[in-house]
Design a protein around this ligand. Structure first.
Ligand code: ZN
Ligand code: MN
Length: 463
């Protein structure tokens, strides 16, 4: 048996959430709109119209390329990529071929391959990042095919990686990190299911230790992180079987069929497409300056990987950091911990509870830390905080005198022996509360704080 290692490269299209389209003033949010209503002569490619570059897309493109460790080209230029397809009214796509936004990048991704396993790390070089416009959509119906041009001219950021990933899990981790990066930058919704983030993968198998890569197969149509991993897993098994039985891999494009759980050949890729790229004569080149670039670089401190590192440095276990990031709470947590010098682990445990505002949470965390409260005492303080209109640092003194669990038990007991009292209270006879208070305080024989007992009783009566 030959020892085989997969090599995977990705080509990703990120739909930018700019206000208007890439080269015209059309609304860039065409989701759910009637087909062919979010179009204009520019994005429909009418003769005589002129495109104008969206400066928001230019800025976001550069920021994304910086986040991916690329060298930014201060001189960028658009080119025409010529091909014919019914969803492309101009007969060419405006893209960047010769002078893209950025090149020669790299990012290192740390991730948890499986729960219970150790943190793993890999580096992916980024070949290029460039801006381009999207095409329309073909809609296949029973007796033909319709075209919806609403998506024409939507700004896209294309990211091409070097073939540096060596397992489907790494490819998935890369896509997830990319999603976090563009969401952190606020430049895309990056929802794979909705097509904001589209990925094609090329995968080949090589003999272990060999620098000679195997025949490339391109995989398409993987519209979720799960499908990326599944489709690549399937392809690894399929190609391994072909090679082990002495066969040759065909250079081709295959589409993932989720229902069937297989990839199917779409077309063989023997010859190279010639798009006859040439400079777009209707658009001036983009010229950036170093000052601007330095400004954007300085804004990149809170990228997802940096946040994970901070979380670990603040004493959180790595798996907890991952959990918090998955749930979308890590950035907020780090911000709070840094701003108020809080205990990160304590903050992580209490962050997602319901608080009236951030100040209340911070007060609570500081009170718990300063008084070295046990976790059960902290839980009691939390209960007091949400039932009373006082702040945690005022309530903490009640804790010693107050055993909340005991009060609650007595309250429930008294309510059980006087079921009619609750009915009366709910009918509006509020003064029954005086009778109940007397019963409860008598039973507690002075151990409970009256204010606490009253608010607890009221909350039980209105339940
Ligand atoms: Zn338009
Ligand atoms: Mn493209």
């Amino acid at each position: 048996m030959k020892q085989l290692v997969p090599t995977i490269g990705l080509e990703i299209h990120v739909q930018l959430a700019t206000t208007s389209k890439m080269f015209c003033r059309c609304d860039n949010d065409a989701e759910g709109k009637e087909p062919n209503t979010v179009v204009c002569p520019v994005c429909m490619g009418f003769p005589g119209t002129l495109p104008v570059t969206n400066s928001q897309a230019v800025e976001w493109g550069a920021q994304a390329a910086l986040a991916l460790g690329c060298q930014i080209n201060l001189f960028q230029r658009f080119d025409r990529k010529n091909y014919f397809y019914p969803d492309l009214p101009k007969g060419y796509q405006i893209s960047q071929f010769f002078f893209p936004v950025g090149e020669h990048g790299a990012i290192t991704i740390d991730y948890l391959p499986e729960t219970g396993k150790d943190r793993a790390e890999f580096t992916v070089r980024i070949k290029r990042v460039h801006l381009e416009e999207d095409a329309g959509k073909l809609v296949h119906v029973e007796n033909g095919t319709l075209v919806d041009f609403n998506r024409c001219g939507t700004p896209l950021l294309e990211i091409v990686t070097e073939p540096d990933m060596h397992s489907p899990k790494e490819a998935r981790a890369f896509m997830q990190e990319l999603q976090r990066i563009v969401r952190t930058l606020g430049i895309s919704m990056a929802d794979m299911e909705k097509g904001h983030l589209r990925v094609d993968a090329n995968i080949s198998l090589a003999l272990k230790g060999s620098s000679q890569l195997g025949t490339l197969v391109e995989l398409k149509n993987m519209n979720s992180f799960k499908f990326v991993e599944k489709a690549l897993d399937y392809e690894v098994v399929r190609q391994t079987e072909v090679i082990q039985s002495g066969g040759d891999i065909t250079k081709e494009t295959r589409g993932w069929d989720e229902k069937a759980g297989t990839s199917l050949s779409q077309r063989s890729k023997e010859e190279f497409n010639d798009y006859r790229y040439f400079p777009e004569p209707d658009l001036p080149p983009i010229v950036l300056d170093n000052h601007q670039l330095e400004q954007w670089k300085s804004e990149l401190v809170n990228l997802p990987a940096a946040l994970r590192e901070l979380g670990v440095a603040k004493g959180l276990p790595y798996s907890r950091v991952i959990e918090l990031q998955e749930a979308g709470h890590l950035a907020k947590l780090i911000e709070l911990v840094q701003a108020h010098t809080l205990d990160a682990l304590l903050a992580a445990n209490w962050l997602t509870k319901s608080w009236s505002d951030e100040a209340q949470l911070v007060d609570f965390l500081q009170t718990v830390s300063q008084n070295k409260l046990s976790s059960s005492a902290a839980s009691q303080l939390y209960k007091l905080t949400i039932t009373q209109k006082k702040s945690p640092h005022e309530l903490v003194n009640l804790l010693e005198k107050t055993d909340l669990a005991e009060i609650e038990k007595v309250v429930m007991d008294i309510l059980r022996t006087h079921p009619e009292a609750k009915e009366q209270y709910q009918k509006g006879e509020k003064k029954v509360i005086g009778f109940l208070m007397g019963e409860i305080m008598g039973r507690l024989s002075g151990k409970g704080d009256a204010q606490t007992v009253k608010s607890l009783l009221e909350s039980k009566l209105t339940e």
